[in-house]
Write a protein that binds this ligand. Structure first.
Ligand SMILES: Nc1ncnc2c1ncn2[C@@H]1O[C@H](COP(=O)(O)OP(=O)(O)OP(=O)(O)O)[C@@H](O)[C@H]1O
Length: 352
Protein backbone atom coordinates (compact mmCIF):
# COMPACT_ATOMS: atom_id res chain seq x y z
CA UNK A 1 0.00 0.00 0.00
CA UNK A 2 1.21 3.52 -0.84
CA UNK A 3 -0.27 6.07 1.56
CA UNK A 4 -0.09 9.84 1.40
CA UNK A 5 -1.51 11.48 4.50
CA UNK A 6 -2.39 15.18 4.80
CA UNK A 7 0.67 16.10 2.75
CA UNK A 8 1.50 19.81 2.41
CA UNK A 9 4.50 21.50 0.84
CA UNK A 10 5.20 25.20 1.17
CA UNK A 11 7.95 27.14 -0.55
CA UNK A 12 8.19 30.21 1.69
CA UNK A 13 4.56 31.37 1.71
CA UNK A 14 3.52 29.60 -1.52
CA UNK A 15 1.71 26.31 -0.82
CA UNK A 16 2.49 24.08 -3.83
CA UNK A 17 0.72 21.01 -2.36
CA UNK A 18 -2.18 21.44 0.08
CA UNK A 19 -3.36 18.73 2.48
CA UNK A 20 -3.29 15.83 -0.01
CA UNK A 21 -4.43 12.40 1.20
CA UNK A 22 -4.41 9.43 -1.20
CA UNK A 23 -3.96 5.65 -0.74
CA UNK A 24 -3.45 3.05 -3.47
CA UNK A 25 -2.90 -0.71 -3.16
CA UNK A 26 0.39 -2.39 -4.09
CA UNK A 27 0.76 -2.74 -7.84
CA UNK A 28 -1.54 0.23 -8.61
CA UNK A 29 -0.82 2.64 -11.46
CA UNK A 30 -1.58 6.05 -9.96
CA UNK A 31 -1.63 9.05 -12.29
CA UNK A 32 -1.29 12.58 -10.91
CA UNK A 33 -3.13 14.63 -13.52
CA UNK A 34 -3.48 18.39 -13.69
CA UNK A 35 -2.57 21.62 -15.47
CA UNK A 36 0.84 23.26 -15.30
CA UNK A 37 1.69 24.56 -11.82
CA UNK A 38 -0.92 22.49 -9.95
CA UNK A 39 1.72 20.83 -7.73
CA UNK A 40 2.03 17.36 -9.28
CA UNK A 41 5.82 17.45 -9.73
CA UNK A 42 6.26 18.72 -6.17
CA UNK A 43 4.14 15.83 -4.91
CA UNK A 44 6.19 13.33 -6.96
CA UNK A 45 9.47 14.83 -5.71
CA UNK A 46 8.25 14.35 -2.14
CA UNK A 47 7.48 10.70 -2.96
CA UNK A 48 11.02 10.35 -4.36
CA UNK A 49 12.48 11.90 -1.21
CA UNK A 50 13.89 14.89 -3.09
CA UNK A 51 11.68 17.36 -1.19
CA UNK A 52 10.84 17.25 2.50
CA UNK A 53 7.10 17.78 3.17
CA UNK A 54 6.11 20.79 5.30
CA UNK A 55 3.44 18.63 6.95
CA UNK A 56 1.97 15.13 6.61
CA UNK A 57 3.38 11.66 5.95
CA UNK A 58 4.32 9.33 3.09
CA UNK A 59 4.14 5.62 3.85
CA UNK A 60 5.44 2.85 1.54
CA UNK A 61 4.34 -0.68 2.45
CA UNK A 62 3.55 0.25 6.06
CA UNK A 63 6.86 2.09 6.59
CA UNK A 64 6.92 5.85 6.96
CA UNK A 65 9.49 7.26 4.50
CA UNK A 66 8.74 10.99 4.97
CA UNK A 67 7.23 12.80 7.93
CA UNK A 68 6.80 16.54 7.47
CA UNK A 69 5.43 17.00 10.99
CA UNK A 70 8.68 15.57 12.39
CA UNK A 71 10.87 17.18 9.72
CA UNK A 72 12.27 13.78 8.82
CA UNK A 73 12.71 11.79 5.62
CA UNK A 74 14.42 8.58 4.40
CA UNK A 75 17.23 9.26 1.91
CA UNK A 76 16.11 9.03 -1.79
CA UNK A 77 18.56 6.16 -2.44
CA UNK A 78 17.28 4.14 0.54
CA UNK A 79 13.52 4.25 -0.01
CA UNK A 80 13.29 1.52 -2.67
CA UNK A 81 11.86 3.84 -5.31
CA UNK A 82 13.09 4.78 -8.78
CA UNK A 83 12.44 8.06 -10.60
CA UNK A 84 12.31 8.58 -14.39
CA UNK A 85 12.43 12.21 -15.52
CA UNK A 86 11.21 13.99 -18.61
CA UNK A 87 14.87 14.52 -19.61
CA UNK A 88 16.70 11.21 -19.80
CA UNK A 89 19.82 12.31 -17.87
CA UNK A 90 21.95 9.38 -19.08
CA UNK A 91 25.68 9.36 -18.41
CA UNK A 92 27.13 10.45 -21.81
CA UNK A 93 30.50 8.73 -21.22
CA UNK A 94 28.90 5.34 -20.45
CA UNK A 95 27.46 2.88 -22.96
CA UNK A 96 23.83 1.75 -22.71
CA UNK A 97 25.09 -1.34 -20.86
CA UNK A 98 27.15 0.86 -18.49
CA UNK A 99 24.24 3.20 -17.77
CA UNK A 100 21.89 0.36 -16.86
CA UNK A 101 24.57 -1.45 -14.84
CA UNK A 102 25.53 1.64 -12.87
CA UNK A 103 22.81 1.59 -10.15
CA UNK A 104 23.50 -2.12 -9.60
CA UNK A 105 27.19 -1.35 -9.06
CA UNK A 106 26.20 1.33 -6.55
CA UNK A 107 24.10 -1.34 -4.80
CA UNK A 108 27.20 -3.63 -4.63
CA UNK A 109 25.69 -6.42 -6.72
CA UNK A 110 28.20 -9.04 -7.94
CA UNK A 111 29.48 -8.76 -11.52
CA UNK A 112 27.70 -11.93 -12.73
CA UNK A 113 24.37 -10.94 -11.13
CA UNK A 114 24.72 -7.47 -12.65
CA UNK A 115 25.28 -8.79 -16.15
CA UNK A 116 22.33 -11.18 -15.86
CA UNK A 117 20.02 -8.41 -14.63
CA UNK A 118 21.19 -5.92 -17.31
CA UNK A 119 20.54 -8.50 -20.05
CA UNK A 120 17.11 -9.23 -18.61
CA UNK A 121 16.12 -5.55 -18.41
CA UNK A 122 17.48 -4.66 -21.86
CA UNK A 123 15.43 -7.53 -23.29
CA UNK A 124 12.36 -6.37 -21.40
CA UNK A 125 12.65 -2.97 -23.09
CA UNK A 126 13.68 -4.45 -26.44
CA UNK A 127 16.99 -2.54 -26.57
CA UNK A 128 19.50 -5.39 -26.14
CA UNK A 129 20.90 -4.67 -29.63
CA UNK A 130 21.93 -1.19 -28.41
CA UNK A 131 23.98 -2.38 -25.40
CA UNK A 132 27.34 -1.12 -26.70
CA UNK A 133 26.14 2.21 -28.09
CA UNK A 134 26.59 5.54 -26.33
CA UNK A 135 23.67 7.91 -25.57
CA UNK A 136 24.58 10.28 -28.43
CA UNK A 137 24.42 7.32 -30.86
CA UNK A 138 20.76 6.47 -30.20
CA UNK A 139 17.43 8.26 -30.75
CA UNK A 140 15.42 10.17 -28.11
CA UNK A 141 12.90 7.34 -27.86
CA UNK A 142 15.70 4.80 -27.37
CA UNK A 143 17.34 7.04 -24.74
CA UNK A 144 14.06 7.12 -22.83
CA UNK A 145 13.96 3.31 -22.93
CA UNK A 146 17.51 3.20 -21.52
CA UNK A 147 16.52 5.64 -18.76
CA UNK A 148 13.58 3.40 -17.88
CA UNK A 149 15.77 0.26 -17.99
CA UNK A 150 18.27 1.93 -15.65
CA UNK A 151 15.47 2.81 -13.22
CA UNK A 152 13.85 -0.63 -13.10
CA UNK A 153 17.16 -2.57 -12.98
CA UNK A 154 17.43 -2.49 -9.14
CA UNK A 155 13.78 -3.71 -8.86
CA UNK A 156 12.33 -0.75 -6.97
CA UNK A 157 8.96 -1.45 -5.38
CA UNK A 158 7.75 2.07 -6.26
CA UNK A 159 8.33 3.53 -9.73
CA UNK A 160 7.95 7.28 -10.19
CA UNK A 161 7.58 8.92 -13.61
CA UNK A 162 7.63 12.67 -14.25
CA UNK A 163 6.08 13.32 -17.68
CA UNK A 164 8.42 10.71 -19.21
CA UNK A 165 6.90 10.84 -22.70
CA UNK A 166 6.61 14.58 -23.24
CA UNK A 167 9.81 14.83 -25.33
CA UNK A 168 8.68 12.13 -27.76
CA UNK A 169 6.71 12.60 -30.98
CA UNK A 170 3.02 11.71 -31.05
CA UNK A 171 3.45 8.23 -32.58
CA UNK A 172 6.26 7.24 -30.20
CA UNK A 173 4.25 8.49 -27.24
CA UNK A 174 1.43 6.12 -28.07
CA UNK A 175 3.87 3.21 -28.53
CA UNK A 176 5.69 3.97 -25.27
CA UNK A 177 2.39 4.26 -23.42
CA UNK A 178 1.63 0.64 -24.33
CA UNK A 179 5.21 -0.37 -23.45
CA UNK A 180 5.01 1.27 -20.03
CA UNK A 181 1.75 -0.51 -19.29
CA UNK A 182 3.34 -3.82 -20.29
CA UNK A 183 6.33 -3.03 -18.08
CA UNK A 184 4.03 -2.18 -15.21
CA UNK A 185 2.36 -5.57 -15.50
CA UNK A 186 5.73 -7.33 -15.81
CA UNK A 187 7.37 -5.66 -12.78
CA UNK A 188 4.27 -5.37 -10.57
CA UNK A 189 5.81 -2.18 -9.09
CA UNK A 190 3.43 0.40 -7.67
CA UNK A 191 3.71 3.24 -10.16
CA UNK A 192 3.09 6.96 -9.78
CA UNK A 193 2.99 8.83 -13.06
CA UNK A 194 2.76 12.60 -13.50
CA UNK A 195 1.15 14.05 -16.62
CA UNK A 196 -1.00 16.94 -17.82
CA UNK A 197 -2.28 14.75 -20.68
CA UNK A 198 -5.68 13.41 -19.74
CA UNK A 199 -5.69 10.82 -22.56
CA UNK A 200 -2.48 9.35 -21.12
CA UNK A 201 -4.11 9.32 -17.69
CA UNK A 202 -7.32 7.69 -18.89
CA UNK A 203 -5.53 4.93 -20.82
CA UNK A 204 -2.82 4.01 -18.30
CA UNK A 205 -4.18 4.56 -14.79
CA UNK A 206 -5.84 2.24 -12.34
CA UNK A 207 -6.30 5.31 -10.10
CA UNK A 208 -6.21 9.01 -10.98
CA UNK A 209 -5.80 12.02 -8.70
CA UNK A 210 -6.92 15.14 -10.57
CA UNK A 211 -5.08 18.13 -9.10
CA UNK A 212 -5.69 21.85 -9.32
CA UNK A 213 -4.01 24.61 -7.34
CA UNK A 214 -2.20 22.18 -5.01
CA UNK A 215 -5.31 20.21 -4.06
CA UNK A 216 -6.75 16.91 -5.18
CA UNK A 217 -10.04 17.76 -6.87
CA UNK A 218 -11.09 14.13 -7.28
CA UNK A 219 -9.48 10.76 -6.70
CA UNK A 220 -10.93 7.69 -8.41
CA UNK A 221 -10.76 5.31 -11.34
CA UNK A 222 -10.81 6.71 -14.90
CA UNK A 223 -14.46 5.54 -15.13
CA UNK A 224 -15.39 7.44 -11.94
CA UNK A 225 -13.95 10.65 -13.37
CA UNK A 226 -15.76 10.30 -16.68
CA UNK A 227 -19.09 9.04 -15.33
CA UNK A 228 -19.33 10.99 -12.08
CA UNK A 229 -17.18 14.14 -12.06
CA UNK A 230 -17.38 15.77 -8.63
CA UNK A 231 -16.36 19.27 -9.69
CA UNK A 232 -16.77 21.39 -12.81
CA UNK A 233 -12.96 21.48 -13.04
CA UNK A 234 -12.80 17.68 -13.40
CA UNK A 235 -15.76 17.66 -15.80
CA UNK A 236 -14.02 20.08 -18.15
CA UNK A 237 -10.45 18.72 -17.74
CA UNK A 238 -11.14 15.03 -18.32
CA UNK A 239 -12.76 13.38 -21.34
CA UNK A 240 -12.43 13.61 -25.12
CA UNK A 241 -13.81 16.09 -25.94
CA UNK A 242 -14.26 17.70 -22.53
CA UNK A 243 -17.82 18.22 -21.30
CA UNK A 244 -19.72 21.43 -22.07
CA UNK A 245 -20.29 23.61 -18.99
CA UNK A 246 -22.85 26.41 -19.26
CA UNK A 247 -23.80 29.03 -16.64
CA UNK A 248 -27.56 29.12 -15.94
CA UNK A 249 -28.56 32.42 -14.33
CA UNK A 250 -31.77 33.08 -12.41
CA UNK A 251 -33.62 36.02 -13.94
CA UNK A 252 -37.03 37.03 -12.57
CA UNK A 253 -39.17 33.90 -12.55
CA UNK A 254 -37.12 32.04 -15.16
CA UNK A 255 -33.58 31.03 -15.99
CA UNK A 256 -31.32 32.29 -18.71
CA UNK A 257 -28.49 30.81 -20.72
CA UNK A 258 -26.53 33.36 -22.71
CA UNK A 259 -29.29 36.01 -22.69
CA UNK A 260 -32.01 33.52 -23.63
CA UNK A 261 -34.79 32.26 -21.36
CA UNK A 262 -34.69 28.47 -21.25
CA UNK A 263 -37.07 25.95 -19.67
CA UNK A 264 -34.49 24.43 -17.30
CA UNK A 265 -35.11 24.08 -13.55
CA UNK A 266 -31.73 24.24 -11.83
CA UNK A 267 -31.49 23.06 -8.19
CA UNK A 268 -30.08 26.45 -7.04
CA UNK A 269 -30.33 30.07 -8.18
CA UNK A 270 -27.14 30.31 -10.22
CA UNK A 271 -25.67 27.03 -11.42
CA UNK A 272 -23.50 25.41 -14.05
CA UNK A 273 -25.17 22.85 -16.31
CA UNK A 274 -23.06 20.07 -17.83
CA UNK A 275 -23.93 18.66 -21.25
CA UNK A 276 -21.89 15.85 -22.79
CA UNK A 277 -20.82 16.62 -26.38
CA UNK A 278 -22.53 13.51 -27.76
CA UNK A 279 -25.91 14.74 -26.45
CA UNK A 280 -25.84 18.02 -28.40
CA UNK A 281 -27.25 18.13 -31.93
CA UNK A 282 -27.60 20.75 -34.66
CA UNK A 283 -31.09 22.25 -35.18
CA UNK A 284 -32.23 23.54 -38.59
CA UNK A 285 -33.28 26.84 -37.01
CA UNK A 286 -33.92 28.38 -33.60
CA UNK A 287 -35.82 26.26 -31.00
CA UNK A 288 -36.66 26.91 -27.30
CA UNK A 289 -33.44 25.14 -26.23
CA UNK A 290 -31.06 25.99 -29.05
CA UNK A 291 -28.28 28.56 -29.02
CA UNK A 292 -26.90 30.36 -32.06
CA UNK A 293 -23.12 29.89 -32.16
CA UNK A 294 -20.31 30.86 -34.52
CA UNK A 295 -18.79 27.64 -35.85
CA UNK A 296 -15.03 27.81 -35.13
CA UNK A 297 -13.84 24.21 -35.53
CA UNK A 298 -15.01 21.12 -37.39
CA UNK A 299 -13.20 17.78 -37.54
CA UNK A 300 -13.97 14.12 -38.28
CA UNK A 301 -13.81 11.82 -35.25
CA UNK A 302 -14.33 8.05 -35.53
CA UNK A 303 -16.93 8.25 -38.30
CA UNK A 304 -18.75 11.19 -36.69
CA UNK A 305 -18.15 14.95 -36.78
CA UNK A 306 -16.98 17.14 -33.92
CA UNK A 307 -18.21 20.73 -34.18
CA UNK A 308 -17.21 23.56 -31.85
CA UNK A 309 -19.22 26.76 -31.64
CA UNK A 310 -18.38 30.01 -29.87
CA UNK A 311 -20.57 32.80 -28.56
CA UNK A 312 -19.55 35.74 -26.41
CA UNK A 313 -19.86 33.72 -23.18
CA UNK A 314 -18.59 30.17 -23.83
CA UNK A 315 -17.67 27.40 -26.27
CA UNK A 316 -19.83 24.37 -26.97
CA UNK A 317 -18.70 21.14 -28.61
CA UNK A 318 -21.09 18.70 -30.24
CA UNK A 319 -20.36 15.28 -31.75
CA UNK A 320 -22.95 14.59 -34.43
CA UNK A 321 -23.76 12.10 -37.18
CA UNK A 322 -24.30 13.38 -40.71
CA UNK A 323 -23.10 16.96 -40.26
CA UNK A 324 -24.32 19.38 -42.96
CA UNK A 325 -21.71 21.12 -45.15
CA UNK A 326 -20.41 23.95 -42.95
CA UNK A 327 -17.72 26.56 -43.21
CA UNK A 328 -15.77 28.21 -40.41
CA UNK A 329 -17.68 31.36 -39.38
CA UNK A 330 -21.14 29.96 -40.25
CA UNK A 331 -23.87 30.33 -37.62
CA UNK A 332 -25.04 26.98 -36.25
CA UNK A 333 -27.98 26.38 -33.91
CA UNK A 334 -26.71 24.06 -31.21
CA UNK A 335 -29.58 22.12 -29.75
CA UNK A 336 -29.32 21.33 -26.03
CA UNK A 337 -31.08 18.20 -24.70
CA UNK A 338 -34.15 18.51 -22.43
CA UNK A 339 -32.08 17.90 -19.26
CA UNK A 340 -28.39 18.50 -18.54
CA UNK A 341 -26.26 15.49 -17.51
CA UNK A 342 -25.66 17.08 -14.11
CA UNK A 343 -25.54 20.36 -12.20
CA UNK A 344 -22.73 22.15 -10.34
CA UNK A 345 -23.08 25.12 -7.98
CA UNK A 346 -21.48 28.47 -8.69
CA UNK A 347 -18.29 27.26 -6.89
CA UNK A 348 -18.06 24.25 -9.20
CA UNK A 349 -19.19 21.60 -6.67
CA UNK A 350 -21.50 18.88 -8.01
CA UNK A 351 -25.13 19.30 -6.84
CA UNK A 352 -26.82 16.28 -8.43
N1 LIG B 1 11.60 25.14 -5.51
C1 LIG B 1 10.52 25.94 -5.58
N2 LIG B 1 10.52 27.16 -5.02
C2 LIG B 1 9.43 27.96 -5.07
N3 LIG B 1 8.26 27.62 -5.67
C3 LIG B 1 8.19 26.43 -6.27
C4 LIG B 1 9.31 25.51 -6.25
N4 LIG B 1 8.94 24.39 -6.92
C5 LIG B 1 7.66 24.58 -7.34
N5 LIG B 1 7.21 25.79 -6.93
C6 LIG B 1 5.86 26.36 -7.18
O1 LIG B 1 4.92 25.41 -6.72
C7 LIG B 1 3.81 25.33 -7.61
C8 LIG B 1 3.65 23.90 -8.12
O2 LIG B 1 4.74 23.57 -8.97
P1 LIG B 1 4.93 22.12 -9.63
O3 LIG B 1 6.21 22.13 -10.41
O4 LIG B 1 4.78 21.09 -8.59
O5 LIG B 1 3.67 22.05 -10.61
P2 LIG B 1 3.38 21.04 -11.80
O6 LIG B 1 1.94 20.74 -11.69
O7 LIG B 1 4.32 19.90 -11.77
O8 LIG B 1 3.66 21.93 -13.07
P3 LIG B 1 4.33 21.54 -14.51
O9 LIG B 1 3.39 20.59 -15.17
O10 LIG B 1 4.41 22.87 -15.20
O11 LIG B 1 5.67 20.94 -14.20
C9 LIG B 1 4.08 26.35 -8.70
O12 LIG B 1 3.40 27.54 -8.37
C10 LIG B 1 5.57 26.53 -8.66
O13 LIG B 1 5.93 27.82 -9.11
Amino acid sequence: MLEIKNLTKKFNDIAAVKDVSISVPDGAFLVLLGPSGCGKTTLLRMLAGLELPSAGQIIFGGQTVSDGDKNWSVDPAKRNSGLVFQSYALWPHMSVQGNVEWPLKVANMSKSDRLARVTEVLQMLDINHLADRYPNEISGGQQQRVAIARTIAPKPSVLLFDEPLSNLDAKLRVEMRTELMRLHRATGATTVYVTHDQIEAMTMATHVAVMNDGRVQQFGTPDDLINAPETSFVATFVGTPPNNMIPVIQNGIGHMIADKHMPYQPPAADCLAMFRAERLTLADGETPTSLPMEMVEISPIAGRTMITGLNKDFRLTAIVDNAPALRIGDTVHMQLPAQPDCWFDANGERIN
